[in-house]
Ligand binder design. Structure first.
Ligand SMILES: CC(C)(COP(=O)(O)OP(=O)(O)OC[C@H]1O[C@@H](n2cnc3c(N)ncnc32)[C@H](O)[C@@H]1OP(=O)(O)O)[C@@H](O)C(=O)NCCC(=O)NCCS
Length: 139
């Protein structure tokens, strides 16, 4: 496992749109969006139960968003770890911090959807139980 400094995992931790755009573009191989197209700060504040920010020496190295139904179901979205920080269990740390905070908020279920190739991460490493699901493309 690659070595690194201590990583701080923070529920509802602070982040800027600029650093989120950079992390997202790298994680999902997209172009760099700007604030007028994608305002993470406003969207998370308005629509999320919370999110987890992972920082190493103040640098944003990971993020996961938790959206919810307002009662018992919560859903992980936008799971990402900086490419040069991967395979240090930061991803698992993000999921477990999200799980703990979501449970403390009164939710009873934490859901995630993923492509089959991410199964070793979500099922084996993070501890999700396999469960059926579906996705409808609306575009
Ligand atoms: C998926 C991702 C968040 C994992 O982050 P990470 O910090 O490297 O994960 P961890 O170190 O906690 O991984 C623990 C274990 O999960 C498995 N795992 C990690 N990344 C994986 C991947 N991309 N695919 C399949 N299994 C993976 C491995 O078994 C790993 O153990 P190892 O490091 O000894 O091989 C990261 O690769 C990423 O940001 N990818 C791009 C964005 C993405 O695909 N997000 C998920 C969308 S559903």
């Amino acid at each position: 496992m690659p070595q690194g400094n201590q990583v701080d995992f923070r529920w509802r931790g602070a982040f800027s749109n600029l650093e989120m755009h950079a992390l997202h573009a790298e994680a999902f191989n997209t172009r760099l969006y700007d604030e007028s197209e994608w305002n993470w700060e406003d969207l998370c504040a308005q629509h999320s139960l919370g999110w987890v920010v992972a920082r190493e020496d103040d640098r944003l190295v990971g993020f996961v968003n938790v959206v919810w139904d307002g009662l018992v179901h919560a859903y992980l979205e936008d799971m990402m770890v900086a490419a040069d920080a991967r395979h240090r269990r930061i991803g698992v740390g993000l999921v477990h911090a999200a799980r703990d905070a979501t449970r403390a908020s009164g939710c009873e279920y934490l859901h995630v959807t993923f492509d089959e190739d991410r199964r070793p991460f979500y099922i084996d490493a993070c501890g999700f139980a396999p469960y059926g699901g579906g996705l409808m493309d609306l575009v």
